[in-house]
Design a protein around this ligand. Structure first.
Ligand SMILES: NC(=O)c1ccc[n+]([C@@H]2O[C@H](COP(=O)([O-])OP(=O)(O)OC[C@H]3O[C@@H](n4cnc5c(N)ncnc54)[C@H](OP(=O)(O)O)[C@@H]3O)[C@@H](O)[C@H]2O)c1
Length: 335
């Protein structure tokens, strides 16, 4: 079977290779992949920015969509023909994770999805909503689930709430689509007026250009009337101060990304004064993934895919992701 393997750090070390096709043992299934979606973490792993602890050769990318094509003895949770995605954390099923459950993730400690076939424990997969293509399903594994965990599990967002969403990437647009279906108001910030116009077409209620309006936090507070109920915090260190200025008393800041830095030099006062809830978000578990998929099916949600790349162009897709011109998700088709 064909696989893209990383033989050292760097996009130029991503090589198309022929490797043996694995076979499922008891309790395992064989998944044939049709698509993968790209995340900043994948780029960081490949270029050596995420961790030095990578065992080469590695099949990269955590998020894939495919079909079960063979099942080993005793498999019950899924069946041949089911359309599935592997979990981001294959051992994290429910609740807060033990260290062992969170120590293994796709495309790093275990092989990723940039290959034609993979063998998975039946527990490490979830079914995809029937209306989704494999590429669309792959967009929910990390980006979608992260937005869901933040909005629903951690912040309890419901009808009439207001959410501030940073950027127009994979996590942000998943959050926007979930908010639309939850009946929550949204304020989106972006560096690009063009992307903000597209976000408005997708249903964003208010938009702010964060390059032109440096004090977007107080402005979002004013727009919402009493402060926003939750923030999808994508910038990290460079945006937290504005996020804390945006929230209502008792509001939620979901710390997801670090596009604007990792070292947070803030004072404790805005946290105290706002009775702020700060949540670190680490993607999520299978129970939440399945709850999200049921919601996605009920509301007919399809993720925003900016561009598809051929299998051999995966490196170009990752370079484009890092360049940041995209709106929503970039995906790779797998032959
Ligand atoms: N903790 C987790 O579980 C988890 C899961 C998924 C992703 N992440 C992290 O979350 C971040 C976003 O992931 P993604 O998949 O959505 O990436 P993405 O699709 O590449 O989107 C990145 C977005 O970041 C926005 N951005 C950059 N600098 C910003 C700033 N100073 N203020 C506000 N927004 C800014 C950009 O907005 P514009 O282009 O519109 O300006 C862009 O849309 C990354 O840091 C990623 O590593 C974390």
């Amino acid at each position: 079977m064909k696989a893209m393997q990383l033989t050292g750090f760097g996009l130029d070390k991503l090589e198309l290779e022929e490797i043996p096709q694995p076979e499922p043992g008891p309790g395992e299934v064989l998944v044939q992949f049709a698509a993968a979606s790209l995340n900043p973490r994948d780029y960081q792993i490949i270029t050596g920015q995420f961790t030095p602890n990578v065992e080469f050769p590695l099949v990269p990318l955590s998020d894939g969509g495919g079909t079960v094509v063979a099942a080993g003895e005793g498999v019950r949770r899924v069946a041949v023909g089911d359309r599935v995605t592997p979990l981001f954390f294959p051992r994290w099923i429910s609740g807060e994770a033990t260290s062992g459950q969170r120590s293994v993730s796709g495309g790093l400690e275990v092989p990723g999805v940039l290959r034609q076939f993979g063998v998975y424990d039946e527990q490490a997969l979830a079914r995809s909503a029937p209306h989704l293509t494999a590429a669309e399903a792959a967009c929910f594994v990390c980006a979608g689930l992260t937005a869901w965990t933040a909005l629903v599990t951690k912040s309890g967002i419901s009808e009439g709430d207001t959410v501030l969403i940073q950027g127009t990437g994979g996590v942000a647009l998943a959050a926007l689509q979930f908010c639309n279906s939850l009946g929550a108001q949204t304020i989106i910030i972006s560096s690009s007026d063009d992307k903000l116009a597209r976000a408005q077409e997708l249903g964003a209620d208010h938009t702010i250009n964060y390059q032109q309006t440096k004090d977007w936090g107080p402005l979002a507070h004013e727009i919402s009337g009493h402060g926003v109920d939750a923030v999808i915090e994508i910038g990290g260190a460079g945006t937290l101060e504005n996020s804390l200025a945006a929230i209502r008393h008792g509001g939620h800041v979901n710390i997801i990304g670090y596009m604007a830095g990792v070292e947070m030099g803030i004072t404790v006062f805005p946290l105290i004064i706002n009775n702020a809830n700060l949540h670190g978000i680490g993607t999520g578990h299978r129970d939440d993934y399945e709850a999200m998929m049921a919601f996605v099916e009920t509301h007919g949600i399809r993720p925003v895919i900016d561009r598809h790349y051929d299998f051999e162009e995966a490196g170009q897709g990752l370079a484009d992701l890092a360049a940041g011109g995209h709106f929503g998700k970039l995906v790779v088709d797998i032959p």
